[in-house]
Ligand binder design. Structure first.
Ligand SMILES: C[S@@+](CC[C@H](N)C(=O)[O-])C[C@H]1O[C@@H](n2cnc3c(N)ncnc32)[C@H](O)[C@@H]1O
Length: 253
C-alpha cells in the first residue's frame, strides 16, 4: 500500500520536476547534493546551499523525499506511533513534507502542519499535503520559534536537527522534551552516519531520561523505479534503508 501511494506521489513529482530537467541532470545534481550532505554539511547546508539550484531541488524532491517517506512510515509503524492516532502532526524542517505526511497518513489521515525556513520547501510541502488529500498547511518559519505544542499531538523533526546551529538544536530539544512530558509524541530521525550528528548520544540520553527510546533501523524496501534509477546513476546504494530515531511516546498523551 505504501509503495503504490509513493509511486503515485512520485508520478506527480516527476511531472512537475522533470518538465525542464532530464534524468541525467537530476542524477548529477543528486551526486552534488549527497556530497554536500556528507562532506560539507556545516558550511554548505547551513547556508541553505543544499537547495540552491533547480537540479538539487529536483533531486531532493524526487530522491530523498520519497526515501524519507518510506523510512518515516516504517519507523512510525514499528514504534506504534500511529495508534491511537495523534490529534495532529507538526513537522519541523518539513522540507517537501515527506516525514509529516508519512506520519499523518500512517495515523489514518490526521491534519499536518509543516514549518521550514526555505520558501521552496514550504511550497513543495503544500503540494505534498494536497496530493495526499491531507488537511495540511505549511509556512515559512524557524525552528527557534515554534507554535504551541499541544498534548495529544505529534511532532516530527526528520533529517533537520543536523542542519541547525548547536544553540538552536539545543533549544529545540528542550522544547520537545518538555512537550513530551506534557503528552506530545515526539519523533526525531537522522541518518545513521555518526559524523553528521556528533550530539546524538547526549540527546539520546536526555530523551531516555524523559521516558523515550533510541533506535537504529535497517530494512529493505522495494524502491520506486525512478528512485532506483537515480540511486544507480548517482553511484549511491539504497537497497537497504537505514536511519536512527529518538522517540518520546508522550507520557499521559
Ligand atoms: C534534509 S531536509 C529534510 C526535510 C524533511 N524533513 C524530510 O524528511 O525530507 C532539512 C530541512 O530542514 C530545514 N531547516 C534547517 N534548519 C531549519 C531551521 N532552523 N528552521 C526551520 N527549518 C530548518 C531545511 O530548510 C530543510 O528543508
Amino acid at each position: 500500500m505504501t509503495h503504490s501511494i509513493v509511486e503515485d506521489w512520485l508520478a506527480a513529482l516527476e511531472a512537475r520536476h522533470l518538465s525542464a530537467l532530464r534524468v541525467p541532470e537530476v542524477a548529477r545534481a543528486l551526486r552534488a547534493l549527497s556530497s554536500a550532505y556528507v562532506e560539507r554539511r556545516k558550511t554548505v547546508v547551513a547556508r541553505g546551499g543544499a537547495l540552491d539550484s533547480a537540479g538539487k531541488r529536483a533531486a531532493f524532491a524526487l530522491f530523498y523525499a520519497p526515501l524519507h517517506f518510506l523510512v518515516t512510515t516504517h519507523v512510525v509503524r514499528a514504534l506504534g506511533a500511529d495508534a491511537p492516532p495523534p490529534a495532529s502532526v507538526l513537522d519541523i524542517g518539513c522540507g517537501t513534507g515527506a516525514g509529516g505526511a508519512a506520519w499523518a497518513l500512517a495515523a489514518g489521515g490526521v491534519p499536518v502542519t509543516g514549518l521550514d525556513r526555505h520558501p521552496w520547501a514550504v511550497e513543495e510541502a503544500r503540494c505534498t499535503y494536497r496530493h495526499f488529500g491531507l488537511r495540511g498547511h505549511a509556512r515559512q518559519g524557524d525552528a527557534a520559534r515554534l507554535p504551541p505544542l499541544r498534548p495529544g499531538g505529534a511532532v516530527i523533526a526528520a533529517y533537520a536537527l543536523n542542519e541547525m546551529p548547536d544553540a538552536v538544536r539545543r533549544g529545540l530539544e528542550d522544547r520537545l522534551i518538555d512537550a513530551s512530558r506534557r503528552g506530545t509524541r515526539v519523533l526525531i530521525l537522522e541518518p545513521i552516519a555518526r559524523g553528521l550528528t556528533p550530539w546524538w548520544e547526549a540527546t539520546a540520553e536526555r530523551v531516555k531520561a524523559a521516558g523515550g527510546r533510541a533506535d537504529e533501523w535497517r530494512f529493505t524496501a522495494a524502491l520506486p523505479p525512478l528512485v532506483r534509477v537515480l540511486d544507480t546513476a548517482a553511484g549511491l546504494d539504497h537497497r537497504e534503508l537505514t536511519a536512527k530515531s529518538l522517540y518520546c511516546p508522550g507520557m499521559g498523551g
